[in-house]
Design a protein around this ligand. Structure first.
Ligand code: B12
Ligand code: SF4
Length: 563
């Protein structure tokens, strides 16, 4: 019996190899599932690569294997499954949250399939950079299992590499956006921004519906039902601004390129697929057509189905459009209104080169939201900010909380500043000016027992594979106006504030000077707690040069997910 199955499998693989002389696997690998978020974002890069290849590729016998969207299994299983699929080319997308895991996959797959061509692309790679501080000269010495790195737009270079290794491109003279591993040295090919009108005039989705159904059903069969699948959709690529913490388009261009095909066909397709969509755009709503697409999606919305189009990234300087989108998101889709601010302090906003929006415009928008939304929806409004930005202090954050309170808003989320190697802040002059302290920070996927903190630091820093338990993010953990202890204080203050607003209705009971007093008291408690934690972690941080971002409870030996 076993023998028969074995024989059939072998025959099937052999037939595939005859039919398809190039088997290509593309993995963007989101971590969302491991972190147990309910929503899983489906990165569309695989569809864009395939669509470009359909238009410009030379090999008619490419077999596109099922893309890796989410890490659905433990790492060894993920690797085994890729090896069993026997790809000729493996493309891996590297982001700040997964780069280490992607390197691990590449290394292990190459060991087992030595002839495979491994290509890495995505925003977390800066191998094309040639500044003296970037440490990229040795990239291929450190990562000998990678054959090519792609920077910037990936569609054309990916096609070129497939064609070259299919024997259908005689040389590499026309290569763009590629860095080749030339026996450990970097061979850097020129940069080009994608401007191909044919590609931009065609839907990247419509001709690939069958493959999308396959991926959707695969995710559903692996515990991600349709309603938790958020498929990313692109209307325009690029951002005209240069906020220093951000690396939109890997900072290679500030030009915005709009897709020109009829978006209605895309929306209809996602409606048929019955999955939610989200934009990949930086400033969705900048163009009147965006609003038409948003409204069209709303016209199709049926709360009993999984399709929706909740927009997150609104145009920075068009507050009327932002207000419209936030209002509709809340009224139609019943999600909390979200205002993306980064900070309320003008000096901080200047230090991060944020496009200037006068505070009065935020006040006006908030007043309109208050007037147009039912009170229970308005109360849920959330201000999205970043903690650890240059110019911030614990007191400046308290000022921001008070400013938010004066708007009638209590809920603020402060994301950490993930350090992105292609962001303007990566400039050595900027780093030096602000004294940025950048470290590899480890987050645990869940609260877990750690008998010995030193052992944990030592295992993580020596590269012991704990990737199913911890993930790593390079982060700004301090700078000249906010040291690491202040940053920890700020995060604990946030936690205490959230506990408080969950219990007490501050807006009804207090005025702003009373709220400032309350925050002052929370700050004293936060400093005490942060100092105790910091003192415990600091010797290990100093010894190993990394940080474990979790509150450690000495009695229970539990390390918590956050501070
Ligand atoms: C959707 C999205 C999310 C979702 C889902 C993320 C996820 N885990 O999957 C949510 C909202 C959860 C999210 C959160 C965060 N995100 Co986000 N997010 C995006 C967004 C808007 C769209 C991603 C996408 O689908 N892009 C579309 C594809 C086609 O573009 P692409 O991925 O860049 O791929 C192109 C090229 O890079 C290249 N390419 C990519 N991979 C490969 C592979 C190969 C082999 C080749 C040849 C080429 C290639 O070719 C593609 C086509 O040209 C991007 C911005 C953007 N427009 O890309 C930010 C972005 C990816 N996020 C970013 C960041 C920083 C974050 C956060 C860390 C923010 C924070 N501090 O909390 C968190 C981390 C979340 C986590 N731990 O998972 C950064 C990442 C930068 C980096 N160096 O990695 C981006 C670029 C935005 C930015 N500049 O700030 N994010
Ligand atoms: S944060 Fe937003 S506005 Fe600023 S550069 Fe990035 S995408 Fe553009």
């Amino acid at each position: 019996m076993n023998l028969t199955i074995q024989t059939n499998v072998t025959v099937a693989v052999a037939e595939n190899h005859l039919e398809f002389n190039m088997r290509v696997k593309f993995c963007s690998h989101s971590l969302t599932q491991i972190i147990k978020h309910e929503k899983v974002s489906v990165n569309p890069a695989w569809l864009y690569m395939q669509k470009w290849y359909e238009l410009h590729g030379k090999n008619p016998n490419v077999k596109w294997l099922l893309p890796g969207i989410v890490l659905l299994d433990p790492m060894d299983v993920v690797i085994d499954k890729i090896v069993q699929e026997q790809p000729d080319i493996l493309g891996l997308g590297l982001y700040v949250w997964n780069f280490d895991l992607q390197y691990h996959i590449a290394r292990e797959v190459k060991k087992q399939l030595p002839n495979i061509i491994i290509i890495c692309g995505g925003p977390q790679l800066s191998v094309h950079k040639e500044t003296e501080t970037d440490n990229q000269v040795d990239f291929f010495i450190n990562h000998p299992y990678i054959d090519y790195v792609v920077y910037g737009d990936g569609e054309k270079p990916f096609q070129q590499i497939i064609d070259y290794h299919s024997g259908l491109l005689s040389n590499k003279d026309e290569f763009i956006n590629i860095i080749e591993n030339a026996n450990g040295l970097r061979k850097i090919y020129p940069h080009e921004t994608l401007t191909d009108e044919l590609y931009l005039s065609q839907s990247p989705y419509v001709s690939q519906e069958a493959h999308m159904v396959e991926v959707r059903d695969h995710l559903a069969a692996h515990g991600i039902p349709f309603k938790y699948q958020y498929w990313a959709i692109e209307f325009a690529r690029g951002c005209m601004y240069s906020c220093t913490f951000c690396d939109w388009s890997q900072n290679l261009t500030k030009k915005v390129k709009r897709r020109t095909h009829n978006w209605k066909h895309d929306i209809d397709l996602f409606y048929r697929l019955n999955v939610a969509i989200r934009e990949t755009d930086a400033n969705f709503g900048q163009w009147p057509d965006d609003i038409k697409a948003f409204d069209y999606a709303i016209s199709l919305y049926d709360p009993s189905r999984s399709f929706s189009f909740i927009v997150n990234n609104t145009p920075k300087l068009k507050k009327d459009v932002t207000e419209y989108i936030i209002t509709q998101n809340s009224l139609v889709y019943d999600v909390p209104p979200v205002i993306n601010l980064q900070d309320a302090d003008e000096d901080v906003l200047k230090a991060i080169d944020r496009p200037a929006v006068p505070w009065e415009a935020i006040v006006k928008m908030t007043n309109n939201l208050r007037n147009n939304l039912p009170p229970e929806k308005f109360r849920k409004t959330e201000l999205q900010c970043i903690v650890g930005l240059p110019g911030q202090t614990v007191d400046s954050l308290i000022n921001s909380y008070v400013k938010f309170f004066e708007l009638g808003l209590l809920r603020a989320t402060w994301a950490n500043w993930s350090f992105l190697p292609n962001s303007p802040a990566a400039d050595p002059g900027y780093q030096k000016f602000w004294g940025l302290d950048i470290k590899e920070v480890y987050f645990s996927f869940e609260d877990r027992v750690v008998p010995d903190l030193e052992l944990l630091y030592s295992e993580l820093s020596s590269g012991t594979n704990l990737s199913d338990k911890f993930y790593k993010v390079p982060m700004v953990v301090g700078h000249k106006t906010m040291k690491m202890l202040d940053l920890w204080t700020a995060q604990i203050l946030e936690k205490k504030w959230n506990e408080l607003i969950g219990r007490v209705n501050l807006v009804e009971k207090y005025n702003s000077s009373q709220v400032r007093n309350i925050l002052g008291k929370l700050k004293i408690k936060a400093i005490k707690e942060a100092t105790a934690q910091y003192n415990m972690h600091q010797p290990h941080i100093d010894k190993h040069g990394i940080v474990v971002w979790g509150h450690y409870h000495t009695e229970s030996k539990l390390i918590y997910k956050g501070l």
